[in-house]
Design a protein around this ligand. Sequence first.
Ligand code: NAD
Ligand code: ZN
Length: 352
Amino acid sequence: MRKITVTGEQGYEILIGGGLVSACGEYIRRVTKAEKALIISDTNVMPLYGERVKASLEAAGLEAYCFAFSAGEAQKNLDTVSDMIKALCEAGLTRKDIVVALGGGVTGDMAGFASAIYLRGIDFVQIPTSLLSQVDSSVGGKTGCDLSFGKNLVGAFHNPRLVLIDPETLSTLPRRYMNDGVGEIIKCGCIRSAALFEKLESCESFGSITEDAIFECVDIKRVVVENDFTEKGERMLLNFGHTLAHAIEKYYNFTGIAHGEAVGVGMLNITRAAEAAGKTQKGCAERIEALLKKFGLPTSVDAPVDTLCRDMLHDKKRRGNSINLVLLKTIGDSYIEAMPTSRLAAFFSEGR
Ligand SMILES: NC(=O)c1ccc[n+]([C@@H]2O[C@H](COP(=O)([O-])OP(=O)(O)OC[C@H]3O[C@@H](n4cnc5c(N)ncnc54)[C@H](O)[C@@H]3O)[C@@H](O)[C@H]2O)c1
Ligand SMILES: [Zn+2]
């Protein structure tokens, strides 16, 4: 088993290893004096892993309750958060009790948010079960849900007490959700770790390096988040490929293209454009493209660049007359550049 420690006022440990789902109670017991735990999961994940988690919590002397909501991003709203809070009330959890978020990013974000606001904040533990949540959303303390006006518009920063990552859960994850995580892993290599990128290039299959890749991504996210918890500077690097990805996802109405796939196309396009503009070392785009192809992710979309640029200007990362773009110096090294909004369309179309 591997361990990563996030330091800071509300520091916590991230454990990575096979079998952690079944052994979770023992590790959770070490970080809490809780008497009760509410396991929050969705209708796909609860039947797969809920019993194991409940049994392990009970064996560790906790009184465990379960609450499952209908799976899917469409349910990531305040109504579902409200249902979670009702479940917390019904189970009678107090300030010293604990929530266990068991599932993908949708579960983690909402269960974390419910924990942040119930009784003005109680402890929670993340047991992420999708690759995306294992490498990205379970670390960093961002919690929340969507509104009809847009994604992740309400939320709170609330650190988990512990994150337990069991790569064995990926055996039941549908293939299309794997791409989401793979896209983010390639991103981590691009922005911070040439070694991770090279490992992805040289491995025989993703399966042979999964645990390694998860460890390295989590550690990259840890460093970035420790340096910049509230996302004013360095944390922005994690948005590499994302400004364009959000526009692509919106163009396809958030269906038909997975987030990680859109991130892949976003990274490739911005890197091509930055190479053409002399801002990124030549050859990076080609390596990103080869890696996307290797793992079966798309390398292009047919959404028109003008539409995408117009949409990017509505991105929340926009500041006045310029937009902050994350660019690569080279593979493993990234920086932020403020680009005048008037030059955005020309910048992207040159890279096509
Ligand atoms: N908080 C953050 O920093 C952060 C970062 C990135 C993304 N996010 C959020 O994460 C969400 C996306 O996460 P996601 O892709 O994990 O979504 P998700 O939670 O909806 O999971 C994807 C699908 O896989 C299923 N699933 C999960 N684990 C499984 C398993 N082991 N076996 C079988 N099925 C399984 C789920 O039921 C769901 O149908 C988005 O809402 C996004 O906003 C948050
Ligand atoms: Zn992402």
